[in-house]
Write a protein that binds this ligand. Sequence first.
Ligand code: DOR
Ligand code: ZN
Length: 427
Amino acid sequence: MRLLIKNGRVIDPSSKTDDTLDLLIERGKIVDIKTKIESKGVKVIDASRLVVAPGFIDMHVHLREPGQEDKETLFTGALAAAKGGFTSIACMPNTNPVNDNRGVTEYILSETKKNSVVNVFPIASITRGQNGAELTDMADLAEAGAIAFSDDGLPIEDSQVMRRALEYSKILKTLIINHCEDKNLSGEGVMHEGYYSYLFGLKGIPASSEETMIARDIILAKKVGTPIHIAHLSVKGAVDIIKEAKKKKVMVTTEVTPHHLFLTDSLLENYDTNLKVNPPIRSEEDAQALIQAVKDGVIDVFASDHAPHTIDEKDVEFDKAPFGINGLETAVSLFLDKLVNKNVISLRKFVGMISTTPAAILGLENKGKICVGADADLTILNLKKEIVVDVNTFKSKSRNNPFHGWKLRGAPVKTIVGGKIVYTSSS
Ligand code: DOR
Ligand code: ZN
């Protein structure tokens, strides 16, 4: 079937396009882009006053299947992604069992091929069972379809293990993603260490826990001569380290989440466990530094770190609750409202950071761009649409999102994957 998207404001950072254009889609690919395309015999989407962008890619998502299907499944996570405007997601390996062998990677790929509305790319673990000690068979996992490697949820603490992982990733031309946290420094901390952790009587996770491991990883990646991606950047000191490394041409990339940009530690005064996340919500100064780093290009990518947990698990005292924020369905509206519509960054930069750049980092050649021959993965946005975040309308199985009740302007209204409309907003 052919699909024609008419009169949209087409934004494509890779070709610097920002124009009113028609797009023709056939057999899952973009086949024509022109000012006016004949609409006879094709299904038409009128995108007047809407933005048509290359499909958004979230390279940091937890889908919980296999093993924790009460929190999320591959199916519900994909529905949440489509509603959130994402056409592709990469899922972290901290499932049960861990994605540390071909069986789990193949299971994720075959299940999502059967019934997922978005593209799902499995990230396999660096170490067996995420034990931090023995490397997985990275070559076998890469061959099975693992798009990258990470022990996310946990850091790679042993420097020799990290060095070897980087060496293998160089040979395999794959990517290592590290959750940078020195567990000896973060100890039993549950929130950012600072004025508010003392005030609220909660154990703190210092900024240095993140900074020290990022510095080590940069040194190792430079020595090995291979890329490293730093997950969920949260502190100013980390921005400074990455900025310096980039100046020296180290192949380091990084990502930031909405909660680290738009929330600060003083909000934990009500001990709301929906604000408990790792790395923790940091200080105002850190959040400001992260926003500046987005503007300066020190941060490459936007990601949600979608980490669903059940209501029961979160409905306990702060110390006992699991870390994690459910983010797929609110990320795009938060970025649009707080950054694009307030002119902190341009629309083109936003699309670059949520589509073009993650596609490039993950090596997804036919994604993250709008051109003839590219995959027909598209996200259509209404920059004026006003929404009120309501966790009760989530497609995700979980509800642990601290933005409930926030009024935001700008939202995805249609998500198209491989030429198929997989989500249309009801209003
Ligand atoms: O807050 C977090 N939740 N941080 C992590 O590193 C893991 C994640 C999860 O899996 O719940
Ligand atoms: Zn994560």
